[in-house]
Design a protein around this ligand. Structure first.
Ligand code: HEM
Length: 159
């Protein structure tokens, strides 16, 4: 049975589906890299979207970053996001929804004792029809807040 989308999700229902594409990563302390990504945004009829992504290095196919979390609408144009990463980093965000753009800023980044230092994160998601672009900015490992990731994904499967 396919549950109906919870009414609270309507402002962010453009996220729902499976998205596939490519991205590039930069940071002053590391070599530039390109990656392939698959991201899923699903719902169960409750007022949250479950999110997960997996990435691989484009040249070698080696697994890279992955993460999982939940988008929680918190009003007409506001959303909260929780994310956990196997690298020991967790993020709590609050964000604004404007049309089909979501601008999220971490209110808290908590890392395990052995994780790399991350002190700030901003995630910008822009959807136009079946195309999603995102950018991720971070302040990490002693560097000022700046771009780490840019990617463009296509929706390959609807809700
Ligand atoms: C598509 C998602 C991501 C990909 C493909 C990716 C990939 C990479 C790669 C390839 C490196 C180089 C070193 C290594 O191999 O570990 C790296 C470093 C790093 N990434 Fe990411 N990353 C992603 C998302 C994130 C996120 C969401 C955060 C934190 C919020 C993050 C924080 C870091 C940090 C702290 C470093 C270490 C920099 C250093 O040691 O100098 N990354 N990332």
């Amino acid at each position: 049975m396919n549950p109906s989308i919870h009414p609270d999700l309507h402002a962010i229902s453009f996220l729902l589906g499976t998205w596939v594409g490519t991205g590039s990563g930069i940071y002053p302390t590391i070599d530039d890299f390109s990656y392939d990504e698959t991201a899923t945004y699903t719902h169960v009829g409750k007022p949250f979207i479950a999110y997960g992504q997996k990435t691989r290095r484009s040249d070698s196919g080696e697994p890279l970053h992955s993460e999982a979390g939940y988008f929680r609408p918190s009003g007409v144009s506001a959303v909260e996001l929780l994310i956990a990463q196997p690298s020991g980093i967790s993020e709590l965000h609050v964000g604004e929804v404007s049309g089909s753009t979501i601008d999220l800023t971490a209110t808290s980044v908590v890392t395990t004792p052995t994780a790399k230092e991350v002190v700030s994160v901003r995630r910008l998601l822009m959807v136009e029809g079946d195309s999603m672009r995102y950018q991720l900015f971070m302040g990490a490992v002693g560097q000022p807040h700046q771009l780490h990731l840019s990617a463009t994904l296509k929706k390959v499967k609807p809700v």
